[in-house]
Design a protein around this ligand. Structure first.
Ligand SMILES: [Zn+2]
Length: 117
């Protein structure tokens, strides 16, 4: 486990090797869609898209957690950091990551207008 990485990398100059620091905007083209068409970059982008949708599903509409892109064995867990970054971790392979700047992406469900009254 490398939970300490999450703490160390917070504001630290040197990112930890065992933590995936991600800016969600980097996956997107100018239309806000996933830019990568194939390969690991696409898998990585789709994982993060799923993670953002899951993490922002505050109304619990049933968006499933994404499967770990690294080991593909199980779904990841997440917590919201105080600065709204999404911190995720895989209970199977201990991969961890931090996703920032997801707000306003296609998968940000938190800003949806409320249905009904
Ligand atoms: Zn994993």
């Amino acid at each position: 486990m490398c939970h300490s990485c999450a703490l160390r990398s917070h504001g630290a100059a040197e990112p930890s090797v065992c933590m995936y620091i991600t800016d969600a905007r980097h996956f997107l083209d100018e239309k806000g869609a996933i830019a990568a068409r194939r390969g690991p970059a696409k898998a990585m982008a789709e994982f993060h898209a799923g993670l953002i949708a899951h993490a922002t599903d505050f109304d619990d509409t049933g968006v499933l957690a994404p499967t770990c892109f690294k080991c593909k064995k199980t779904v990841v867990k997440f917590v919201m950091a105080q600065d709204d970054a999404i911190l995720w971790s895989c209970p199977h392979c201990s991969a961890e990551g931090r996703v920032s700047h997801w707000q306003g992406t296609l998968w940000d469900l938190s800003d949806r207008p409320e249905l009904g009254s």
